[in-house]
Design a protein. Structure first.
Length: 138
């Protein structure tokens, strides 16, 4: 079963905290960890991934911390999850059809393709701002 890893779940919660505090200056990692009850050692490993994806940046010094690189409404959950998880397709052949010799005739692949599109569309349509404003439709 495909499911989000701890990195994806914790990273999304971390990004939520950065979105809540957007515009208030940099946030210390320890404050993010405390607010979300996350192990600081674990989220220290998530930081480089989010920086590489250009979703966050660091400010050094006594007034330093982390901030979003864009407004919360410009960062989708799809961007966050793909940065942290990589390919989020439910099966590998969706993103890499060459790995399966039945990719053109497989009936079940058609189902997974539909599910893949729905998952990605849903994640693309939810932003960090939507999370902050609790504006998520189920």
């Amino acid at each position: 079963m495909w499911q989000l890893s701890t990195k994806g779940r914790y990273g999304t919660r971390m990004m939520y905290q950065l979105a809540i505090n957007y515009g208030n200056g940099p946030i210390l990692l320890k404050n993010i960890a405390q607010s979300e009850n996350l192990p600081i050692k674990y989220i220290e490993h998530i930081i480089p991934v989010l920086k590489t994806a250009k979703l966050i940046f660091a400010i050094r010094g006594p007034q330093g911390g982390y901030q979003l690189t864009k407004k919360p409404e410009d960062i989708t959950i799809k961007m966050v999850i793909e940065a942290l998880e990589g390919n989020i397709s439910p099966i590998n052949c969706i993103g890499s059809p060459h790995i399966c010799d039945k990719n053109l005739s497989c009936q079940s692949r058609k189902i997974w393709t539909i599910i893949d599109k729905k998952i990605k569309t849903t994640l693309q349509n939810i932003t960090l701002k939507d999370m902050v404003e609790d504006n998520i439709e189920v």
